[in-house]
Unconditional design. Structure first.
Length: 97
C-alpha cells in the first residue's frame, strides 16, 4: 500500500528553507542603500587620500635627489612623475580594455 507523504513542517517549511536567501537579499539591499547614500563622500575621501599619498611619494622621490619642495626643479620633478604615472595608467588601461 502506498501512502501519501506530507511535509513535516507544513506550510512554514518552505519559508524556513528560504531564510538564508531572504537574509542575503536583505544584506544586498542594505549595502546598495549604504553606497547610494554615502557613495559620493566615500569617493571624495578616497580621492583625497590618493592625492595625499601621491604628494608624499613625489616628495620622497624628489628629495632623494636633493630637490627640495617649493623650488622650480621640484615642480619639474613632480610633473615628470605625473607623466610617468599617466603613461603607466594608460598602459594598464590598454592591457585590460
Amino acid at each position: 500500500m502506498v501512502t501519501k507523504s506530507t511535509p513535516a513542517c507544513g506550510p512554514l517549511g518552505s519559508w524556513a528553507n528560504r531564510g538564508p536567501l531572504v537574509v542575503c537579499l536583505a544584506s544586498i539591499v542594505a549595502i546598495v542603500g549604504f553606497l547610494v547614500i554615502n557613495g559620493a563622500q566615500i569617493r571624495e575621501t578616497l580621492e583625497a587620500e590618493n592625492a595625499r599619498v601621491v604628494a608624499e611619494d613625489d616628495r620622497t622621490f624628489c628629495t632623494t635627489f636633493g630637490i627640495e619642495p617649493g623650488t622650480a626643479r621640484y615642480a619639474e620633478c613632480a610633473a615628470a612623475l605625473r607623466a610617468v604615472r599617466s603613461r603607466h595608467d594608460q598602459r594598464r588601461a590598454d592591457f585590460f580594455f
